[in-house]
Design a protein around this ligand. Structure first.
Ligand code: 5AD
Ligand code: SF4
Length: 471
């Protein structure tokens, strides 16, 4: 999409922002309080970043953000549907909202995100939760001001779900959670169709932003004092393939590495099938790119991987890990693992344990397989019973934890540069931050350190976090 097209889109929205803003200003003049907005975010970093954009809009529209749902005049749920429990949580909360809205009919309720991209969910909402005022999906987040303004003007519900769009809207403002670190979308959607995954159906086909737009955003963030950027995409390794002038992710990393003021570059998620030698070389060469890689394996069994449509084998994955460790010896690797995929046998599961033991992950996100209607895996035979899956899950955790403990032990005695994020929640005399390799560290320090990168000597291994002393 051309930038002038983005400008048109944003100009149109700005008229609606103005409209809602004056509606809210008038309320403020009459009541001496601002209408409050509450935003609940579920799911991945992509959603978290979308919520930053929503909050940016809400503040521009004259709302005051609140952390308390009760008492809010506007409530939005930015939903996730990757596993069934994420959806169940939303339905549970909608039950509460129904009563809340009954008591406070002026409250406006909105839903967006991945969950509402599914027809079955929309049917359910129309049937049972028709008190929801505004609904939009993952393709038209930028139309939120228009939809809200329409709801305010008309008094009736506005549901607008798109099933596809190639449009990428540039220059949307976002209210960042942190001043010193920021997420940057580099691409949207996914073309991989892993057989268990709903994402390609709710986020559509892969579309990459142009490198010049990405660099412009990163430069603007650096000018505002951001030190760490997280480049986001469902599968960053296939970045740029669909651009008019194709650019590889490795090339993009090298460009971002040149931006003055940025000290750390992270990215997620990498699909092992597309992780090129060129990317490994870029990670090795670029001083700002963190020596940390999230490399989801999903299963250690080549048989299961094939049924998952992952397009690599256990051997290929392990070879890749070896190659990365050889080029970047101090790298830490994390992963995602699914337990209980249809047809997974005890032997298959043992292969997963073997991969965990051999790779030595610094973190592993472990999930019980969740059947998602509409995906190929939902129709596969031999769905695993809950008891077996849970028992395997617990055994997997033991292996993961012992691997994490070993990795953390190797960090004791090292000096790590820690980007301080916040005052420790339990002990106010301490601060919490992350090392370049993404380990969580607590050490004695005060508020003035927030946003600074400071050298810290690691003194204790607490498995899931480290204790250190400022050098
Ligand atoms: N069931 C369980 N876990 C899933 N994931 C994706 N789909 C499912 C599913 N149906 C996990 C994968 C992915 C992570 C973001 O969520 O491990 O990498
Ligand atoms: Fe889902 Fe696979 Fe795409 Fe990741 S790569 S979003 S797991 S389909």
């Amino acid at each position: 999409m051309q930038l002038d097209e983005s400008e048109d889109v944003l100009k149109e929205q700005s008229e609606y922002i103005e409209y809602v803003r004056s509606w809210n200003d008038e309320y403020y003049r009459k009541n001496n309080r601002r209408r409050k907005a509450f935003c609940l975010t579920m799911g991945c970093q992509m959603n978290a970043h979308d919520s930053e954009k929503l909050v940016g809009y809400l503040e521009d529209m004259g709302y005051e953000m609140t952390n308390a749902e009760k008492g809010a005049d506007f409530v939005i749920y930015n939903t996730c549907c990757i596993r069934a429990n994420a959806e169940e949580k939303v339905y549970g909360r909608l039950g509460w909202l129904k009563t809340y809205k009954h008591k406070h009919p002026d409250v406006i309720i909105a839903m967006c995100g991945c969950m509402v991209q599914q027809d079955t969910v929309m049917e359910q909402i129309r049937r049972t939760y028709n008190f929801v005022d505004v609904i939009f999906g993952t393709f038209n987040l930028y139309t939120f001001p228009k939809l809200l303004a329409t709801r305010i003007q008309s008094g009736s519900s506005v549901y607008d779900i798109w099933t596809k769009s190639k449009k990428i809207v540039e220059s949307m403002s976002a209210m960042r959670e942190h001043k010193f670190k920021a997420s940057v979308n580099i691409m949207y959607g996914c073309n991989n169709f892993c057989s268990y995954c709903i994402v390609p159906y709710v986020r559509g086909r892969e579309r990459s932003r142009k490198p010049e737009d990405i660099i412009k955003e990163v430069e603007a963030l650096a000018a505002e004092g951001v030190k760490e950027v997280m480049l986001l995409g469902q599968n960053v390794n296939s970045y740029g393939k669909t651009l008019e002038n194709p650019v590889s992710f490795a090339e993009l990393l090298r460009m971002v590495n040149e931006v003055d003021g940025i000290e750390r570059i992270r990215f997620m998620t990498s699909h092992p099938k597309d992780l090129s030698d060129e990317l490994i070389a870029a990670m090795r060469d670029c001083d700002k790119v963190c020596n940390y890689l999230h490399l989801p394996v999903q299963s250690g069994s080549s048989r299961v991987l094939e049924k998952m449509n992952r397009r690599y084998t256990k051997e290929k994955y392990l070879e890749l890990v070896d190659k990365i460790k050889k080029e970047i010896p101090d790298i830490l690797i994390s992963t995602d693992i699914i337990v209980g995929f249809p047809g997974e046998t005890e032997e298959d599961f043992k292969e997963t344990l073997d991969v965990v033991d051999r790779v030595g992950y610094s973190t592993a996100f472990t999930f019980l397989y969740s059947k998602r209607e509409g995906t190929p895996a939902a129709k596969m035979d031999n769905q695993i019973d809950e008891e077996t899956a849970k028992e395997r899950f617990n055994r997997l955790l033991e292996h993961v934890n012992s691997g994490v403990e070993k990795i953390s032990e190797t960090l004791v005695g090292t000096v790590e540069n820690v980007l301080v994020e916040e005052i420790n929640r339990q002990d106010k005399t301490m601060v919490t931050g992350r090392t370049e390799r993404n380990s969580l560290v607590h050490f004695k320090g005060g508020e003035e350190l927030i946003g600074q990168v400071v050298p810290v000597k690691i003194t204790q291994n607490k498995i899931f976090y480290l204790i250190g002393e400022r050098m």
